[in-house]
Every structure is written in structure tokens, then in C-alpha cells.
Design a protein around this ligand. Structure first.
Ligand code: AMP
Ligand code: GLY
Length: 426
């Protein structure tokens, strides 16, 4: 089978690694990829937002399965163009990708099918939004409706903060994404991520995870794309998982099908769990980054079969073979991230890292310059390990972090602290 993966971060490196573990994979191309991916697959330069270019590329390379990593090409309709070209694509149509691309749309779907989520209201007018805040009080959550690269959410502790967020969004801080604003009830509880493959009708859970979005230890400081993750999430007990599947995922999937826009791909449900009851925070229409790293290391070669079954509408007969293991990934970022940071810093020690089904160094933002690996992004490496316990996975991941020779690299030494009982892992 010839496979194309779109994207070039740690998530795509993990997807590429899993695909390569599967003997069915004859040829693997990743566009654009990165220096780590280039060690295991062919990297191609291709505008992944250009559906026609991607469809032509699939034809010329005889691609059998195209796996879409990030949300932007999905929201732009890449899966639709692949389907028009007769290529099996892993990822939802643009109409179904609205579950990530529009927060108000997701809320409407939840209301239509009774899926539990925070109380909400939508506004296209600053005055009405401000007036609404007087009725909610604080804390309250203010969200730009559209895709804002993970930055369009303000959890306001005070009404002043909420008013400022509303003003900024309507003043164009997030461009078109903020033309509509959603104001939500602030939910309390513990957050977890639930990943479910969906082929239009059938659903198949493929794992749970928790991530750390803040840059600083003890979950302080500005939000990032994610500084580390672990799987499974202890708060996702079998009972909570069953409730999330029955009360949120299945009704939403049925509602999307009923509307003639069936969902296909991975549905990533961000949940808030309080007293054993999951409520939806948000959907993403792709794997998380860095959550994919822990999920892929745990699933291994079967991930490819599962994604293929999803793309081909054959999930009904698919099963996951669970190993009862744990995985952790620790992100090494460039000093200064999520603000300004240097690029092009040489990174040593990578060749000596263990590389097997328990240890993988997935590259997030690297390039090759003068024969060396150099930093090329904010999040640069994701050191990922698996073990019989989370503590063992953490020990292995942090041993890899310490073996990387990059003075400009920063990382959190407390990934998994909640699940590890407050102890620092590295
Ligand atoms: P999102 O981009 O929707 O994932 O939001 C970013 C983060 O904001 C989430 O991971 C939550 O920690 C927080 N958040 C979003 N919506 C709510 C809510 N209604 N109540 C509490 N926290 C929220
Ligand atoms: N790590 C969070 C995300 O991928 O959205």
C-alpha cells in the first residue's frame, strides 16, 4: 500500500512511524515532513491546503491512502477533494470538520442531540455579548467561533477580563474567526481527551490521554500547543469512557449522519469530568499533537489498519488489540516558546537515543543544515516512551530528554504529575 501523510510535526512523525511498523506499507511519503520524518520516509514539498495539488500528487504517486494530520487542510476541504479523486482519505469532509472549525456549530449539534456540554450563547454584536456577560457573571469562558490556532479561548476569572476578551475578539484580534463569539458557562472538573475512530456510522475508541497545555511547571504560565501528554488518562475509567461514548460521541455521530454530513476520521473529544460525568469542552477533527505520539506508540502497526478501515468505511469489523500499557511524551521546546525563540540551533545526542517499540524520539520542528539536525520551530522534539506503568514510561521518556544535547531546549519536568501522585518524574 502506498501512503501519503499530510503535515510535518510530531504528530505526523508518530503517524509515519506507526505506518512503517506495518508490513502493508510499501511506500510512505510525508508532505512536508521534517528532519526526523526524513529518516524513515520520503518527504515531499506540497501545498497541503491546495486540494487539487494534493489530488494530482496522489494520482502521480499512486497513493492508496492519504492520512491528514492537521485541521487546516480538513477545514479547507482536502478530504472532499481526495474523495472526488477516488483516493481513500483519513479525515472528515469540510462540512464535518465544522465540529472543530466552528464552536457555535458544535454547540448546536450538541443541543440537537442532547450531548452534555457547557451552557452557551452566540453573538455577532459586541453590545449584545457584553450585555449577556452581565447575566452570566464570572468566571466565564469567551471563545472566538472559528479556528484561531488554539488561541481563541479566554477563560475569564473576572467580568473585566471577559469584557476585554469580547472587545478584542470583535475588534478583530482573531480575524474572521472572531466575527462570531461564543460565551460559555465555566465548567469545573478534570480534563481528559478521548479519541474515537468514526467511519460515518460505526465508532471505535482508540485511547485516552491527558496533556499539559501550559508552558510552566505545575500548569502555570501561557498556553502552548501542549508540552507533554500521557495515555491512558486515569480519570477515563471504563464507566466514564462508556458514558462519553454513549452520551456524547454516538449521538453527535448520529446527528451528523442525519444531517447528510456524516463524520469520518478520528473524533477527538476534549472532556471535562466531574463526579464521574463527562461533558464536552470541544471537538477536534484530528489527532492531538502531542497526544498522537503516545497513542501511536501504544497502538503500533495496528494504527495503520484502523485508519485504513476508517477511511474505507469498514470499522464495524475492526478491533483494537490493547496491551494494557502506559505511554508518556515530553516536549522539548525552544527557549522563549510560546513567545519568540531562536531557530537553527544544532541538536546533538540524537543518534545515541534508544529507538524501539518502547522508545521513540518524534521530531516536531527540526530541519537538517550542514548535515546536522537543527531546531526549526517552537516545539522541537517529543521524547516518547512506553512502559508497564506510567512511572516506567516517565522514567524512560525523561532519560531520553536528558540524553539530548541542546542547551537552548526547555521542557517541563512534571509531565503526568496528577497521575503520578504529584511526584516529579524528571
Ligand atoms: P479549547 O481551545 O476549546 O480546548 O479551550 C482551551 C482550554 O480552555 C480547554 O482545554 C479548557 O481547559 C478551557 N476551557 C474551554 N472551555 C471551557 C469551559 N466551558 N469551562 C472550563 N474550561 C474551559
Ligand atoms: N494538544 C492539543 C491539540 O492537539 O489540540
Amino acid at each position: 500500500m502506498n501512503i501519503l501523510i499530510l503535515g510535518g510535526g510530531g504528530r505526523e512523525h508518530a503517524l509515519a512511524w506507526a505506518a512503517m511498523q506495518n508490513p502493508k506499507c510499501d511506500k510512505l511519503i510525508v508532505a512536508p515532513g521534517n528532519a526526523g520524518i526524513a529518516a524513515i520516509a520520503t518527504c515531499a514539498s506540497l501545498d497541503i491546503l491546495d486540494g487539487a495539488a494534493v489530488a494530482n500528487f496522489c494520482e502521480s504517486e499512486a497513493i492508496d491512502l492519504a492520512i491528514v494530520g492537521p485541521e487546516a487542510p480538513l477545514a479547507a476541504g482536502i478530504a472532499d477533494r481526495l474523495r472526488d479523486a477516488g483516493v481513500a482519505g483519513f479525515g472528515p469532509s469540510a462540512a464535518a470538520a465544522r465540529l472543530e472549525a466552528s464552536k457555535a456549530f458544535t454547540k448546536e449539534i450538541c443541543d440537537a442531540c442532547g450531548a452534555p456540554t457547557a451552557a452557551w450563547a452566540r453573538f455577532t454584536d459586541v453590545r449584545a455579548a457584553r450585555a449577556h456577560l452581565e447575566t452570566t457573571g464570572a468566571p466565564v469562558v469567551v471563545k472566538a467561533d472559528g479556528l484561531a490556532a488554539g488561541k481563541g479561548v479566554v477563560v475569564a476569572e473576572t467580568l473585566d477580563e471577559a469584557r476585554a476578551a469580547v472587545d478584542e475578539m470583535f475588534a478583530g484580534a482573531f480575524g474572521q474567526a472572531g466575527a462570531e463569539v461564543v460565551i460559555e458557562e465555566f465548567m469545573t472538573g478534570e480534563e481528559a481527551s478521548f479519541f474515537v475512530l468514526v467511519d460515518g456510522e460505526e465508532v471505535l475508541p482508540v485511547g485516552t490521554a491527558q496533556d499539559h497545555k501550559r508552558i510552566g511547571e505545575a500548569d502555570t504560565g501561557p498556553n502552548t500547543g501542549g508540552m507533554g501528554a500521557y495515555s491512558p488518562a486515569p480519570v477515563m475509567t471504563p464507566e466514564v469512557e462508556a458514558r462519553a461514548l454513549e452520551e456524547i460521541v454516538k449521538p453527535v455521530v448520529a446527528e451528523m449522519a442525519r444531517r447528510g454530513t456524516p463524520y469520518s476520521g478520528v473524533l477527538y473529544a476534549g472532556l471535562m469530568i466531574a463526579e464521574g460525568r463527562p461533558r464536552l469542552v470541544e471537538f477536534n477533527v484530528r489527532f492531538g499533537d502531542p497526544e498522537a505520539q503516545v497513542l501511536m506508540l501504544r497502538l503500533g502497526a495496528q494504527a495503520l489498519d484502523l485508519m485504513q478501515a476508517t477511511a474505507e468505511g469498514r470499522l464495524g469489523a475492526a478491533r483494537v488489540n490493547w496491551a494494557g500499557d502506559h505511554a508518556m511524551t515530553v516536549v522539548m521546546a525552544a527557549k522563549g516558546y510560546p513567545g519568540d525563540y531562536a531557530k537553527g540551533e544544532p541538536i546533538g545526542g540524537l543518534d545515541a537515543l534508544p529507538e524501539d517499540s518502547f522508545h521513540q524520539c518524534f521530531h516536531a520542528g527540526t530541519a537538517r543544515a550542514d548535515g546536522r539536525i537543527v531546531s526549526a520551530g517552537g516545539r522541537v522534539l517529543t521524547l516518547t516512551a512506553r512502559g508497564a506503568t506510567l512511572a516506567e514510561a516517565a522514567e524512560r521518556a525523561y532519560a531520553m530528554v536528558r540524553a539530548v544535547d541542546w542547551p537552548g531546549g526547555v521542557w517541563r519536568s512534571d509531565i503526568g504529575w496528577r497521575a503520578l501522585g504529584g511526584g516529579r518524574a524528571g
